[in-house]
Design a protein around this ligand. Structure first.
Ligand code: G3P
Ligand code: MG
Length: 250
């Protein structure tokens, strides 16, 4: 299948896990701050609790980003909600909770943000994570606001394609997959989302030659962003929307 026709007005700057440099990642406070700093879109990571509830979390374990210990896949929503997801970052954020996807969607919609839901499944839960996230998001996300669903996990993108065929998908890669063109076509991917550090003018040109906009993670230096834009990259994920937008001149 060719590239999905993209209706999205992609921004040049997307807040990565909210505003990860300035607030605890993947929290509501981080999303609010990214918006306050001028980001029009935010990216968040979505995982499933033991009882199947989609929450915002990057790692397989809660240890790095909360005051708790354990694997997300083994913890119920109730257990995860008791954790503090802000104090590890700074005392100013003490009391922040791990948000449910539903809470995030309500906040982002209220702020009028575009969103990139990165499906970040624990191993073995690739399909069910995408299915649960999309079942919820289809009910909660307003029709007029932009959404992009991405994943490194091809089975998650396949499940997203079945659950929400009309929602654009971003094919995420770190190392370039040998058959990335075929996979992007099969998934009818709308965008190619790649590691900025691995890119060259040639790699970006090859992705763009398939008709797909290219998004790059994670770029915190405006000078590097300018180089990427010069190669035709459409947008960058940044931990620091304020500095990036200022460095790019608004
Ligand atoms: O979606 C872009 C980027 O977030 C992918 O990498 O590990 O930060 O989720 P990671
Ligand atoms: Mg991510």
């Amino acid at each position: 299948m060719p590239a999905q026709p993209l209706q999205l007005d992609l921004p040049k700057v997307i807040g990565h896990r909210g505003a990860k440099s300035h607030a605890p990642e993947n929290t509501l406070a981080s999303v609010q701050l990214a918006h306050a700093q001028g980001a029009r879109w935010v990216e968040v990571d979505v995982k499933l609790t033991a009882d199947g509830v989609p929450v915002l979390m990057h790692d397989d374990r809660v240890d790095r980003t909360t005051d708790g210990h354990g694997a997300v896949r083994d913890m119920t929503l109730g257990e995860i909600r008791r954790l503090d997801a802000g104090r590890w970052f700074s005392e100013a954020y003490a009391g922040e909770r791990v948000p449910t996807l539903e809470e995030f969607l309500d906040l982002a919609a209220g702020l009028g943000l575009g969103i990139n839901l990165e499906i970040k499944p624990c191993a073995g839960r690739e399909r069910e994570t995408a299915e649960a996230a999309l079942e919820l998001a289809r009910r909660h996300w307003p029709a007029g606001l932009p959404v992009l669903v991405s994943s490194f996990a091809v089975p998650s993108l396949e499940a997203a394609m079945a659950a929400a065929p009309d929602w654009p998908r971003g094919y995420l890669m770190d190392e370039e997959a040998p058959d990335w063109r075929g996979t992007a076509d099969r998934l009818a991917a709308a965008t190619i989302n790649v590691n900025a550090r691995r890119q060259t003018a040639e790699s970006v040109a090859a992705y763009r030659a398939t008709g797909r906009p290219v998004l790059c993670y994670t770029v915190n230096d405006p000078a590097r962003a300018r180089v990427l834009f010069g190669w035709g990259v459409a947008g960058v994920f940044t931990d620091a929307p304020l500095e990036m937008l200022a460095g790019l001149g608004g």
